[in-house]
Design a protein around this ligand. Structure first.
Ligand SMILES: [Zn+2]
Ligand SMILES: [Zn+2]
Length: 85
């Protein structure tokens, strides 16, 4: 596990790297969405649980973010996922 990013290897062979800051800012829970994107947030993970259908991250400040796999995959910023050339 990287210190600044989470690596995920998908069943189809694709590999994604998600910076933790990106994962925290993509949190869709009520607290995060109502706080708005400008809110200062903790982006260091304390614990990462790889569930069968999701990744759950507990941050140093105690907040929990759940990213179901389809949503996580949609966050992949690599060239092949974003259609970059
Ligand atoms: Zn949240
Ligand atoms: Zn990708």
């Amino acid at each position: 596990m990287g210190r600044y990013a989470l690596g995920v290897d998908w069943e189809d062979g694709h590999g994604s790297i998600f910076p933790f800051e990106h994962l925290r800012r993509a949190c869709r829970c009520e607290a995060c969405t109502s706080a708005g994107p400008a809110a200062a947030v903790e982006t260091r993970p304390r614990e990462i649980a790889r569930l069968p259908d999701a990744v759950k991250i507990t941050w140093v400040d105690g907040h929990e973010t759940l990213h179901p796999h389809p949503a996580l995959r949609a966050l992949c910023g690599c060239a092949s996922c974003t259609g970059g050339h």
